[in-house]
Design a protein around this ligand. Structure first.
Ligand code: PLP
Length: 387
């Protein structure tokens, strides 16, 4: 028996793990104290926040005091870029890539309107970053380089150690949006040349509304949110206590399941991809075949619309996405696929499947079985395909 929903849209958001719900629930109810309060009732909540901070730090391989809790990945990205510019007013340039999430790209576009210089590095056909172009951009006017660790649409993983090494060797602050990488790729930040990193709870089986900014000890970064003294004055605002506790537990679980992610989940993804490529003519994978997140596949189906495929899959309870969640619904092809030079006819018909540890082989086989009839039916209706 198939479950009602086959959820393969985990790069958009994930199911909150049962263990995470159990851990956070008391803090939505009877343990509602404010961690900043002087009394024991609030203080016990503060202790639990400390435990969550240590759990996040363990997953990232960094010090607990390098963790700042935020409200989401978007806030973390905004804080990194704006905070770096604010703390180095003599530097007026930001270097980033053409395939970043809108949390970075829209921030940079606004900064450009305010007179900053934004340099965007391109990628090749497989989504790999042009490292030579990056090297050429690293002048002493650059305040921060912001390069994502893994792409949300294609799963392409950038060589972050090489990038960080290059950036740091010029004395420039290196930020990485690791929203899609944390929990999927093992990491030890203490050994990596990265100064600032963003992550988001709801991408790793914690609830929405909580994120993290890792700031390496000694990195100068002005706060973005001003107000109270929370997070040692680095991010004001009363903490999302249940969310932070949930994120701590989710990080602990991610540490325990990361091996499964890179073996079983990867095999499921490969089985799905191979099944679809074999049964659907005119289909091709977008992204770097070698350096890719274990859970993600982005497949183009020539001459048909991704949105039409999604609607037909939806009838079978299959949840996937076309482009990023933020751009789906618009008829513009994804900026990531455009940056890779994917032809228009293929970029329009691209679907992203993103799996999680909760997916099964039976679900993968069900999706493969449904894909070919859906694609064939839409090709019959396509004005671009002649008999
Ligand atoms: N960065 C990347 C790479 C993402 O995939 C996302 C969400 O899709 C974000 C940032 C934004 O994170 P949040 O939804 O927590 O604001």
């Amino acid at each position: 028996m198939m479950s009602a929903v086959i959820y393969m849209d985990n790069n958009a958001t994930t199911m909150v793990a049962e263990e995470v719900i159990a851990e956070m629930t008391p803090y939505l109810g009877r343990l509602y104290g404010n961690p900043s309060s002087m009394h024991t009732f609030g203080g016990q909540v503060g202790g639990k926040l400390g435990e969550a901070r240590a759990r996040v730090a363990r997953l990232l391989g960094c010090l607990p005091e390098e963790i700042i809790f935020t409200s989401c990945g978007t806030e973390s990205d905004n804080t990194a870029i704006r905070g770096a510019l604010e703390s180095m007013p003599q530097r007026r340039t930001v270097v980033t890539t053409r395939v970043e999430h809108p949390a970075v790209l829209s921030t940079c576009r606004q900064l450009e309107r305010h007179g900053y210089t934004i340099l965007e590095i391109g990628v090749d056909k497989q989504g790999r970053l042009d490292i030579d172009q990056l090297a050429d951009c690293l002048t002493d006017d650059v305040a921060i380089v912001s390069v994502m660790w893994a792409n949300n649409e294609t799963g392409t993983v950038f060589p972050i150690e090489q990038i960080g090494g290059l950036v740091r060797s010029k004395g420039i602050v290196c930020h990485t949006d690791a929203v899609q990488a944390v929990g999927k790729l093992p990491m030890q930040l203490s050994d990596l040349p990265i100064d600032i990193l963003s992550l988001s709870g709801h991408k790793l089986h914690a609830p929405k509304g909580v994120g993290v900014l890792y700031v390496r000890k000694g990195t100068r970064l002005s706060p973005f949110m001003l107000g109270g003294h929370q997070e040692s004055g680095r991010r004001a605002g009363t903490e999302n206590v249940p969310g932070i506790i949930a994120l701590g537990k989710a990080c602990e679980l991610a540490g325990a399941t990361i091996a499964d992610e890179n073996t079983r989940v990867r095999q499921l993804r490969d089985r799905l991809e191979a099944g679809i490529l074999e049964t659907c003519p005119g289909s091709m994978v977008n992204g770097d075949p070698e350096n890719r997140l274990p859970n993600t596949t982005n497949i183009s189906f020539e001459y048909i619309e991704g949105e039409a495929i999604l609607l037909m899959l939806n009838r079978f309870g299959i949840c996937a996405s076309s482009g990023s969640a933020c751009t789906s619904g618009s008829l513009e092809p994804s900026h990531v696929l455009r940056a890779m030079g994917v032809p228009f006819t293929a970029a329009h018909g691209s679907i992203r499947f993103s799996l999680s540890r909760y997916n099964t082989e039976a679900e993968v086989d069900f999706v493969v079985e449904k894909m070919a009839p859906v694609v064939n039916r839409l090709r019959e209706l396509s004005p671009f395909v002649t008999a």
